[in-house]
Write a protein that binds this ligand. Structure first.
Ligand code: NOJ
Length: 761
């Protein structure tokens, strides 16, 4: 026994070194074999394998540069980009769509690059892919979060079926100036409504799990302040103070981050003199530190390069240095990273930690999307066929299009039209338009695929005469060229006037061309473009019984129409189902319920115009001139934020405020439909913090409910106000809740306050 013991001890003593080595090898082996489980672990393992060039490649995004179905490019820039793709120097492409194309590119990187890291395919799926939904500003008028989420859900499903896995939407810029063409792409002037709608759209795009084949990554854009371009001129200077930045511009973005938006796009403008792309305060301090954003930031198209014109960077190398250090993770089409980041890291101007952080974020999104499990997740041509333009998608598009229409005027209840209405004159070229209602951002759609107003109406009656009156545009319109408006040709007026003379009712379809709003399409004049106002007045001379349908991508100045025409329907650009939606409302199959998400000015001179403004020290009115006003126009909008009529009427009563728990105040109110038909009302709650450490807006939306009431039905609804609604960001950007008096208002629009009460907290 003793022998065995001493032999064993001796053995251990002699071989201890080898034994420990064996144990260590086994331990290390298990460690090495341990499969990374979480996405973060997987990202880390992959990152360790990557060369600097490959890392920088992930931060580089190219626009689609050759017809993927044809032969590979042999020379020029395209050949260079193609070579970069094969080397793994490209992390994402944009504007490549369709299963065949996407699959080809994905195969290229999977099969030819060293690490086979799948590409992200980005696309502007703004309000639909093939089935086009109303422009976002119109959808916002529905205040219907469920319908808006569904619209984004379907847009994502269709886009994903066509190979796309990342949309550059939603645009979360709060907008107060209708001259800016991109107001069409957002949710209007209110940060509270904008945040709710933004979140609904993100949920719709991203679904409940990103790695499904019908969900895509969303982008909160443009961070930040792009909607505040001075004088409404796109790409212009932005100059905003801390209070506006924190209380008006940030909230929708903060809400987006809290709701797991995968990416954020920076913007073309400066904030405090620093272009957003190189703005460390925005991208690092606020987004990534304060808000803990874990996704990645993509630059806007060439926004890096544009810093040279801004006068902020001397050359492309400095662009790369400034953007990367400031937290712009992916470079869209500036070529700055791919050309210069390597030498910048080698010279120590950009720390490798900056690169690693950006790449981690980008890889994480790719893992979240399930692309490493299956890079061809979005590449099923059968799905592409099945999930394009389906009947169910069009039904949903019709539903939200109807809900987006706003009834602005209905004197004498001229609307709805009787279904057996005789002798309708339909006037205005937009009535026959099948392209314009698709709006500006509909890059995936088939041209001229919308249902026109004529087609919609003809499903109800054939008892109409159509006269276009005048052309609206003179050229073939498209996404990149300026629309040339007909300012002179009135040769069709006589026919239109003749048709109106013989009609019992005239339906006039007037407004903007779909390509008059959108990116790069600012206007200084918000009247009906071209000769349309003259046409309206010429028709009015012979027949006053006019229903005006306005199609537009932004608020217009409709003073004359409002003063003279008995009925006005705001029909925006409603997408594929435009004509059907309008006809449903015209003939009363749908009772309009939309409310304006943006004030309609009386004059361009009033802009920027928004309901939630400060009171100023001289709110007036006063007898003498020394108060804040215009001498030639009122301060009021023509139609205020939150305004919209119905074919029925609602009555508000019984405002009860319970503040027993000051951290959760409840406000209840009873709404009754006292008209003859069922209808939806959007009940709005506004708050005014009367005295505070910084001045507060005269009212701010802090809650809304959309309810359906049958004729004679009543419902009591309850709002809850917490510190989140009661507080605000002060001049240091700190969120504070201050005790004091609050006026709580409930109403049918920002102007039409039905009930209010002041409480002390
Ligand atoms: C520029 C626009 O500002 C941005 O919103 C869009 O997503 C990109 N171009 C990509 O098309």
């Amino acid at each position: 026994m003793k022998n065995i013991f001493s032999t064993t001890v001796n053995f251990f003593l002699k071989n201890w070194f080898y034994l420990i080595a064996i144990v260590l090898i086994i331990f290390a082996g298990t460690l090495l074999n341990k499969k990374p489980k979480t996405i973060d672990e997987k990202v880390e393992v992959l990152l360790q394998k990557m060369t600097l060039e490959e890392k920088i490649g992930q931060m580089n995004q190219y626009n689609g540069f050759w017809d993927v179905t044809g032969p590979a490019p042999k020379n020029g820039d395209a050949a260079k980009k193609y070579d970069h793709l094969k080397k793994g120097w490209v992390g994402s492409v944009l504007n490549v769509k369709g299963v065949e194309e996407v699959r080809k590119l994905q195969e290229l990187v999977i099969n030819e690059t060293r690490l086979g890291i799948p590409l992200l395919f980005g696309f502007d799926v703004i309000h639909g892919y093939k089935t086009i939904f109303p422009i976002p500003l119109a959808e916002a008028a529905s205040w219907d979060l469920e319908a808006i989420e569904k619209s984004a859900r379907i847009s994502a499903t269709e886009a994903a079926a066509a190979g796309i896995n990342w949309t550059f939407a939603p645009m979360l810029d709060v907008t107060r100036d209708a001259r800016w063409g991109r107001v069409m792409e957002g949710a209007g002037e209110d940060p509270f409504l904008g945040a709710k709608i933004g979140v609904a759209r993100i949920k719709g795009f991203q679904g409940d799990s990103l790695n499904k084949s019908n969900t895509i990554a969303a982008t909160a854009k443009h961070f930040a302040g792009y909607g505040f371009a001075e004088s409404g001129r796109d790409y212009n200077t932005v100059d905003i103070g801390t209070v506006t930045l924190y209380n008006t511009i940030f909230p929708p973005f903060k809400a987006a981050v809290e709701n797991n938006v995968q990416t954020v796009m920076n913007s073309f403008n400066v904030v405090n003199g620093v272009p957003a792309t190189a703005n460390a305060f925005l991208q690092r301090d606020i987004l990534k530190s304060k808000w803990n954003f874990e996704g990645f930031v993509v630059s806007d198209w060439g926004s890096g390069l544009e810093m040279i014109d801004h006068g902020y960077a001397k050359d492309l190398e400095q662009v790369a240095e400034l953007s990367a250090n400031a937290g712009s993770d992916m470079d869209m089409e500036s070529y700055a990273y791919v050309k210069h980041l390597k030498e910048l890291v080698e010279s120590g101007k950009v720390n490798i930690k900056v690169i690693d952080d950006a790449v981690r974020r980008i890889l994480k999104v790719k893992f979240e999307l399930g692309l490493f499990d299956n890079p061809y997740l979005y590449c099923d041509s059968l799905r592409e066929k099945e999930l394009t333009n389906s009947k169910a998608f069009h039904e949903a598009a019709l539903d939200v299009a109807k809900k987006s229409i706003v009834l602005l005027k209905n004197d004498g209840n001229i609307l709805p039209l009787n279904k057996s209405q005789k002798n309708i004159a339909i006037i205005g070229v937009l009535a026959e338009e099948k392209n314009s209602p698709l709006g500006s951002w509909r890059l995936g759609a088939d041209d001229s695929s919308a249902v026109s107003v004529l087609e919609g109406i003809s499903k109800y009656t054939s008892n109409y005469t159509y006269a276009k009156g005048a052309a609206l545009s003179l050229n073939a319109t498209n996404f990149v060229d300026e629309v040339m408006i007909n300012e002179t040709d009135k040769s069709g007026f006589a026919n239109a006037v003749q048709a109106a003379k013989n009609a019992e009712v005239v339906v006039m379809v007037l407004g903007e061309h779909g390509f008059q709003s959108g990116e790069g399409r600012s206007r200084t004049n918000l009247n009906l473009p071209g000769v349309q106002q003259e046409l309206l007045e010429a028709v009015y001379k012979v027949n006053k019984n006019i229903v005006l349908i306005v199609m537009n991508g932004r608020p217009l100045t409709l003073n004359w129409a409002d003063a003279n025409v008995p009925a006005i329907l705001e029909a925006w650009q409603l997408g594929s189902q435009s004509g059907n939606a309008i006809a449903h409302v015209l003939f009363g199959d749908y009772n309009p319920s939309g409310k304006l998400p943006m004030s309609f000015p009386k004059s361009v001179g009033q802009l920027p115009l928004y309901y939630n403004h400060f009171n100023t020290g001289r709110p007036g009115p006063k007898k003498e001139v020394f108060w804040s006003h215009y001498t030639d126009e009122s301060n009021e909008p023509l139609y205020p934020f939150g305004f919209g009529l119905s074919y029925t009427k609602f009555d508000y009563s019984n405002l009860i405020i319970d503040k027993k728990n000051p951290k959760s105040i409840t406000v209840s109110v009873t709404i009754r439909n006292y008209g003859k038909v069922a209808g939806e009302e959007i009940v709005q709650l506004y708050l005014h913090d009367k005295i505070a450490s910084i001045v507060r807006p005269i009212k701010e939306l802090k809650g809304f409910h959309k309810i359906m009431l049958k004729a004679a039905e009543s419902k009591t609804i309850t709002f809850t106000l917490t510190e989140k609604e009661l507080g605000f960001y002060n001049e240091n950007g700190t969120f504070v809740v201050e005790p004091g008096e609050f006026n709580i208002m409930v109403g049918a629009s920002s102007k039409d306050i039905k009930l209010q009460q002041t409480i002390l907290l």
